[in-house]
Write a protein that binds this ligand. Structure first.
Ligand code: FES
Ligand code: FES
Length: 165
C-alpha cells in the first residue's frame, strides 16, 4: 500500500505491506534508525516516536495508521546537522545515557513533557518516563538531565519564547 507520512516536517511517500509497523517503516524505508527495536511488543518504550507531539510506541502502530499524522523521530529534534538540542546536551552533561539504547526514546519523551509542562517537578519527570525502560538502569541521571534541560530552556525561553529545541 502507498502511504504518505509527514516525518520530521517532510512529506514522505512510500510503499509498505499493511502489516508493517511504523517502527520498521521508519527504519527500513526512511533509514531513520534512531527509533530502536527492543521488545517489539509495547513494553520497553525503546521505539518511542512522537505522533502529533505525543509519545507513541512505534512498534505497536502500523505505518498505514500513521498516514496524515506528523511523526517526529530523534533525527528531527536537532537544531542543525551535527548539533545537539538542549535536551540532548543535558543528557550528555549529566551522563543521562550509558549504552544509549533507550536514549532517543527518553529524549523524545522528555521533549514531549517539556512542550506541555515547562517546569515539571521531579515526580512529574519520573512519571513521564515511567513507560520507558533503561536496561542500564540510569534513571537517576536521566531524571537529572531532564530537570537540567527544563531549567535551561526556561531561562532561554523566558524573554523570547519560541519552540523547545
Ligand atoms: S520496541 Fe516498542 S515498546 Fe519495546
Ligand atoms: S542507557 Fe542503556 S538502556 Fe538506557
Amino acid at each position: 500500500m502507498k502511504v504518505e507520512l509527514t516525518v520530521n516536517g517532510e512529506s514522505r511517500l512510500t510503499e509498505v505491506e499493511p502489516r508493517k509497523s511504523l517502527l520498521d517503516c521508519l527504519r527500513d524505508n526512511f533509514n531513520l534508525n534512531g527509533a530502536h527495536a527492543g521488545c517489539e511488543h509495547g513494553v520497553c518504550g525503546a521505539c518511542t516516536v512522537l505522533v502529533d507531539g505525543q509519545p507513541v510506541r512505534s512498534c505497536l502502530m502500523f505505518a498505514v495508521q500513521a498516514d496524515g499524522y506528523a511523526i517526529t523521530t530523534i533525527e528531527g529534534l536537532t537544531p542543525a546537522p551535527g548539533e545537539l538540542s538542549v535536551i540532548q546536551d543535558a543528557f550528555c552533561e549529566t551522563h543521562g545515557m550509558q549504552c544509549g539504547y533507550c536514549t532517543p526514546a527518553m529524549v523524545l519523551t522528555a521533549h514531549a513533557l517539556l512542550q506541555r509542562n515547562a517546569a515539571p517537578t521531579r515526580e512529574e519527570i519520573v512519571e513521564s518516563i515511567s513507560g520507558n525502560i533503561c536496561r542500564c538502569t540510569g534513571y537517576g541521571q536521566i531524571v537529572e538531565a531532564i530537570a537540567l534541560a527544563a531549567d535551561r530552556l526556561s531561562r532561554a525561553n523566558a524573554p523570547q519564547g519560541g519552540a523547545v529545541r
